[in-house]
Design a protein around this ligand. Structure first.
Ligand SMILES: Cc1cc2nc3c(=O)[nH]c(=O)nc-3n(C[C@H](O)[C@H](O)[C@H](O)COP(=O)(O)OP(=O)(O)OC[C@H]3O[C@@H](n4cnc5c(N)ncnc54)[C@H](O)[C@@H]3O)c2cc1C
Length: 463
């Protein structure tokens, strides 16, 4: 029996998609930059079906690309070379939130928004948020070790993973869903899978750590004169406002673009080079604490939003960037992390190095100030043209930063991994990959570059 038939027998014909029209939405990534035809799209209902699919693919030597909500931005959640596309979207169950323990078991396919709603219903908080919340799945969030604005206080996805269940490349299943917060028997396989981007195992469920919900929130939009001033403001807020929950930034060019796309006027009376969006959360109203911290930082002009509607209005300015940039063309999205001391230099130099690399390329910057996490968006170069990517990643490393802060390495940055991590560390990563997936069938080409790529003179190049 051919593989497609065998897979259809496992999941049912309705969930084994071979028709190109039905496959289409699984085959192109969110940015429109990456993707290709899948051999077949399979949509299992549970862990047992996932395990059977992996066993059949292993026996047939067929490569697998796992996919959750397909909101990833580094090209690793879509097929590139006719792989089997394994969608986890139907594994979307959410167990009872244990508020006393601060934990919940979540199916890999449940969306972040569904988890947030379940937590909120139980007086808890998922502690992680990003603008793709309605589509991105917990499996994808954990596989990328996603961060988002609230990592400042609650950490990235890794900090929320108490345990997980996953199917390994040979079809075996490892399950650590007991919720024991202390369990150091043996290697920590769940944490090894966090951030592995579908290359070491297929995550089917996650035991997620929650926190108590803090009902009182206030946000401030602060126009500042420079990125140095933004960094100084962050330091002051960290020191003076213990309830600080997030602190993002964007520049005036992005602000104008978003205002235009959203057909709205600026809520501020004046334009500024940089805007800081800070939010505090506490059990009791943190408005006075935030206002006092801003005053002590010498801020005279800030827009305070202390009700849900106006706070969401301010966040739409920041979260609207990704969509607004998408209207300009297919963006090159480079998510980098820069030490705070070097952030000013990086932000000042990056538009110039991009323009030097590609004539007419336009750079739009925003990100999570609190983590030195800058989303560099470059519009203009062809999807295949990687000169701007090289310029940005080279500058990030020269500033002592990282090539990937929260989106992952994916296929977009795989050839840069050795330059970022060094040959010895990448050698250790390859050894882990060989041990867990000797045939290289799980998401080939993601994170670790496939054979056919090499590193020349420290800069990855196609041979
Ligand atoms: C508008 C927008 C805003 C965003 N904001 C942020 C942000 O603030 N912070 C941030 O960190 N990220 C952000 N992201 C990107 C972020 O990576 C995704 O939102 C999310 O983490 C990916 O989840 P997903 O289910 O869509 O995964 P997918 O895109 O489907 O997959 C992403 C990767 O995970 C793998 N994968 C997916 N599911 C599984 C599984 N069950 N088991 C094993 N591997 C799996 C895939 O193979 C792929 O390598 C944003 C994206 C968008 C579009």
């Amino acid at each position: 029996m051919d593989l497609e038939r065998a897979l259809a027998d496992v999941v049912g014909a309705r969930h084994a998609l071979e028709d190109p029209e039905l496959r289409a939405s699984y085959e192109r990534d969110w940015t429109g930059r990456f993707g290709g035809p899948a051999r077949v799209v399979v949509r299992p209902a549970d862990t047992a079906e996932v395990a059977e699919i992996v066993r059949l693919c292993a026996a047939a030597g067929a490569a697998i690309v796992p996919q959750g909500g397909n909101t990833g931005l580094v090209g690793a959640g879509v097929p590139r070379n006719g792989e089997v596309l394994l969608s986890l979207a139907r594994l979307d169950g959410i167990g009872e939130v244990d508020a006393a323990l601060g934990q919940v078991t979540v199916g890999a396919g449940a969306t972040l928004a569904a988890l947030q709603a379940a937590c909120s219903h139980a007086g808890q908080d998922a502690g992680l948020d990003d603008a793709a919340r309605d589509s991105c799945t917990i499996g994808g969030v954990v596989a990328c070790d996603a961060g988002g604005a609230r990592a400042l206080r609650h950490g990235t996805a890794r900090a929320h993973v108490v345990g997980l269940e996953a199917v390994l490349a040979d079809g075996s299943t490892v399950s650590r869903l007991s919720g024991l917060s202390k369990d150091n028997a043996g290697y920590d396989l769940p944490q090894l899978l966090v951030g592995s981007e579908g290359t070491l195992g297929i995550i089917t469920a996650v035991r997620w750590r929650t926190t108590s919900a803090l009902g009182a929130r206030v946000a401030a939009l602060v126009p500042v004169a420079s990125t140095q001033a933004a960094a100084a403001l962050l330091r002051a807020l960290r020191a003076e406002a213990p309830s600080l929950d997030s602190c993002d930034f964007f520049l005036d060019e992005g602000m104008q673009l978003v205002l235009e796309q959203q057909r709205r006027a600026s809520p501020l009376s004046q334009r500024a080079p940089v805007y800081v969006l800070a939010e505090c959360a506490a059990r009791t109203d943190p408005t006075d604490e935030l206002a006092a911290a801003l005053a002590r930082a010498g801020i005279e002009d800030a827009l305070i939003a202390d009700d849900t509607r106006s706070r969401e209005g301010l966040w739409r300015l920041r979260e609207g960037h990704t969509e607004a940039i998408g209207h300009l063309g297919v963006p090159h999205k480079l998510d980098v992390g820069i030490p705070l001391a070097e952030l000013g230099r990086f932000l000042e130099q990056v538009p110039r190095v991009v323009a030097d690399a590609v004539d007419g390329a336009r750079t739009i910057l925003f990100g999570h100030l609190s983590d030195g996490n800058v989303h560099v968006n470059v519009v203009g170069p062809d999807p295949e043209d990687e000169r701007a990517d090289d310029a940005v990643l080279g500058l990030a490393l020269a500033c002592g930063g990282t090539i990937s802060a929260e989106h992952g390495v994916g296929v977009a940055k795989a050839r840069w991994l050795e330059r970022a991590r060094g040959a010895d560390e990448v050698g250790a990563m390859r050894a882990i990959k060989r041990a867990l997936d000797p045939a290289g069938l799980l998401n080939p080409g993601a994170v670790l570059p496939s054979a056919g790529w090499s590193v020349l003179g420290g800069l990855g190049r196609r041979p």
